[in-house]
Design a protein around this ligand. Structure first.
Ligand SMILES: CC(C)(COP(=O)(O)OP(=O)(O)OC[C@H]1O[C@@H](n2cnc3c(N)ncnc32)[C@H](O)[C@@H]1OP(=O)(O)O)[C@@H](O)C(=O)NCCC(=O)NCCS
Length: 192
């Protein structure tokens, strides 16, 4: 547990019972990473097909994936509401990059992908994301990987500044599909 300004958070491995809360925070935060002008229908389609509770059930059961939950310690544990609310989440994927553009620029292997790192907007700028990133890096290191890579939208300047603070460097570009749209990402890499 760590205190940062107004928010006290803990990053921990997610468990099967977190799937509903993961889907909720994923739906809330996914649009924040999309470039301005992304069609609502495309973001909605991505949320319902890739970030649904059922998909999180699958991710949590997949041995190649590690999902981390960022908990707001102020939310009383054991609340009678369904599941504990989450302030954010991260997902790592082990294995060689499937995308040819990524495979060409991520040289240090084994590599792990930081596939998702999302924090609820109320908790931005307070160090909560740092707690999640540090847990993600520790988890990545524990998989035995030599490097960690990610894709970030080229217009997402805030996330790029955040990743630069954590030692990620630009290695290339790739494309990312959101519904009917194709977005341009930077590929960032960091040694572990
Ligand atoms: C990316 C994310 C996890 C970072 O967490 P955060 O709490 O916002 O990060 P921080 O505030 O520590 O760092 C962001 C930095 O960008 C700076 N920044 C803020 N707005 C910016 C902007 N429009 N352009 C450039 N830099 C910006 C901040 O000042 C800060 O730098 P500083 O610490 O030197 O002041 C969080 O913003 C988030 O969840 N965003 C929405 C989802 C997303 O984009 N996820 C990444 C998908 S690849």
């Amino acid at each position: 547990m760590r205190h940062h300004g107004g928010v006290t958070v803990t990053a921990r491995p997610a468990t099967a019972s977190d799937a509903p809360a993961l889907a909720s925070v994923a739906a809330l935060t996914f649009p924040l990473a999309c470039p301005p002008g992304t069609a609502l229908a495309d973001m909605a389609r991505f949320v319902t097909t890739v970030l649904s509770e059922q998909r999180f059930d699958e991710y949590l059961a997949d041995p190649t994936r590690h999902v981390l939950a960022l908990q707001d310690d102020a939310a009383a544990p054991g609340t009678p509401l369904l599941g504990a609310p989450l302030l954010g989440y991260a997902m790592l994927v082990t294995g060689d990059p499937a995308d040819a553009d990524v495979a060409a620029v991520v040289e240090a292997r084994p590599a792990v992908e930081l596939s998702k790192l999302y924090v609820a907007p109320d908790a931005h700028g307070q160090g909560a994301a740092r707690v999640l990133m540090e847990a993600a890096l520790a988890t990545a290191t524990a998989t035995g990987a030599s490097s960690i890579w990610l894709g970030v939208n080229q217009q997402n300047a805030r996330a790029q500044a955040f990743y630069a603070k954590h030692g990620f460097e630009r290695a290339g570009t790739k494309q990312f599909t959101v519904g009917t749209e194709t977005h341009d990402d930077f590929v960032l890499v960091r040694a572990l």
